[in-house]
Write a protein that binds this ligand. Sequence first.
Ligand code: ATP
Length: 559
Amino acid sequence: MAESTLPQRLKPEEAPEAAAESAPAAGEAAPAAPSKSALKKAAKQKAKAEKAAQRAAQEQAKQAAAQAEDTAVGLYGKLPDNQDLVPATSFAQLSTDHYDKEVTVVARVDNARSQSAKLAFLMLRQKGQKIQAVIAAQEPISRQMVKWTSGLNVNSIVEVTGVVKKPAVPINSATLSDLELHIRKIYLISEAAQQLPMQVKDAERPPPAADTEEVDAEGQPIVTLKTRLDYRVLDLQTETNQAITWISSGVAELFTEFMLKSGARWIFTPKLSGSSSEGGSEVFEVKYFKRLAYLTQSPQLYKQMCIAGDMESVFELGPVFRAEDSNTHRHLTEFTGLDFERTFRHHYHEVLDFAEELLVFILTQLKERYKEQIAVIQKTFPKAGDFRLPKDGKALRLKYMDAIGLLKEAGVDVSEQERFENDLTTAMERQLGQIIREKYDTDFYVLDKFPMAVRPFYTKADPEDPRFSNSYDFFMRGEEIMSGAQRINDVNELEASMIAKGVDPKSEGFQDYLLAFRQGCPPHAGGGLGLNRIVTFFLGLPNIRLATLFPRDPQRLRP
Ligand code: ATP
């Protein structure tokens, strides 16, 4: 409620001081007698004040009388402190089984509408789901209670007790369209401001492709992605975003579940480092007391050091920082990395098989365990439910050169890629995704044996053809979601590879890393996945920011 704006009356302890301030001090001349016009003005002011006081008293009396007549006192208003804790029912639990039963729910006011002095409707929203509530003046429910209810600010949080009824006609604007709540009690738990910077209902439509405000066919505003991200807390309340954030949670859950079941150990590596972890310039510098430190670009070196520390199989979920000035639909400057590293006995394909099973598990289980959320997202983003998985449950694995062949067949100029001068471009990856979808009926596939020239120094070269490497990338809908490889575990080979790639093995930052290999390290391989990308491409979202709680990119550091 707005605080009273009436002037405060003078507190008794303040009065003498105030009087002293207006009295003439000793030795000062007495003030001249007030003029006629001043006296007239003072009398006028006095009369005005008396009238105002009279009006206030009348209003107060009217209110007291109304309250005396109000048969609903105690059934509405601010949530009383001594309220008994009635178990609340969630919207997800509500069904037609609740017809004629009384329930208590805690929800936000999505919309409040007065029909008449005796009838009002509320749309209640809980985690994106909506139910209509109705309040009618019929004893003990009073007109005052109806008026108070219809005046609630949108987005306020309320506790409502009511009887669930079947509405005369299904309420299409509600998620629970077969139910209607007939209000008996309603209390305000937390009040929303009268003016919000954005309405949650306006964020329920997909953002326009261009970042300019637009209106839909009904003239309703469609808020841009920028506005939605600026007011992300409101934006997160839409049914679609509630579901998307559950998919992110699901990816983390399934990755962790698979890893722990396989016997892998959960590790927590530092994100502050004294050197840039993989060389290159894409690293954020931070002030670290009297020197500089760097935010890690991946847990790569630490994962390998854990393998050298006899941990056999490790994984981590954590923030990854990239100082890349890439303003694209799939790049962030901070994202959530899912990393793993494990030893193998004879061939790095032991680890590649494991990684493929991991992804097939995550994607299949997402479809199964998060069916409801996917169906919700599909209403806004139609591709959300159509991610194609390999029918036989085994990932499609092609060699890099096979992919080049497919692109060439489709008439794409891949001359630079054939000369191993450049990696596949984003456009090529996307086209390849399309070709593979048509040819193999899958949106998930793996490319193995990338050219050595396009991979980092710690990658093991292919012993049969050193132009290539024992490295792989995973793709979803033609976009990269994972990079991985067998890593060099022989210290001399590692130093030579560093030199060949222009990385100085003598530099201070690599001493601890190289020491790990000098004392012997088993053969191992691993990979790094981007959680935000998995969610984006699984759901077919147009932009990674839609799958990121509070995105960080070259333009955005808030909220
Ligand atoms: P890209 O070529 O698309 O920029 P990358 O080759 O730099 O990716 P890696 O360094 O191999 O990617 O990182 C491993 C995984 O981490 C990627 O497959 C992707 O899922 C994710 N990833 C990498 N960079 C970003 C980024 N800037 N924003 C979001 N996710 C990223």
